[in-house]
Design a protein. Structure first.
Length: 166
């Protein structure tokens, strides 16, 4: 069965293309991130989720974005190092990207089309989260202020094969 999510790709901070098809069969949490935001401490919670559930099939994908208050001014390499050193981030990070406007990364263009926000599909701030099931279907969008631990129950249900009621 074809799935649009798996047709997409994004570049690592080093510029290597990664196909979303590499995550086929996994529950995926896509997040637009920033290292100098009031919500930046969420990196620790995202990493905790990743460590707790990666062996059961969860992957967290971080997409740094500088479109909100210039809160991701670092180069790709410095951003990656900052995330590792300050928050212990080991989940996959991608190169700085745009999540709104004409330069929107195709991953976010697709996710916004499938899961519009409360006030339209536009992403309002850093740490907006999109949860995608193991079949590549976008399931739920979370606001920037939703802490990673608040999503844990839903992730557990998805990994355990239970139906998620939204």
């Amino acid at each position: 069965m074809a799935n649009e999510f798996y047709d997409l790709s994004a570049n690592t901070p080093q510029g290597h293309s990664v196909s979303m098809a590499d995550y086929r069969g996994k529950v995926v949490l896509v997040v637009n991130t920033a290292t100098q935001c009031g919500l930046t401490p969420q990196f620790a919670g995202l990493e905790k989720l990743y460590q707790e559930y990666k062996d059961q099939g969860l992957v967290v994908l971080g997409f740094p974005c500088n479109q909100f208050g210039s809160q991701e001014p670092l180069t790709n390499e410095a951003m990656e190092q900052t995330c590792l050193v300050n928050y212990g981030v080991t989940f996959p990070l991608f190169e700085k990207t745009e999540v709104n406007g004409p330069g929107t990364n195709p991953v976010f263009r697709y996710l916004k089309k499938k899961l519009g926000g409360l006030f339209g599909s536009r992403i309002k701030w850093n740490f907006t989260k999109f949860l995608i099931d193991a079949n590549g279907r976008p399931v739920k969008r979370y606001s920037p202020v939703t802490k990673p631990e608040a999503i844990e129950g839903e992730i557990r249900r998805m990994l355990g094969g239970e139906r998620v009621h939204i």
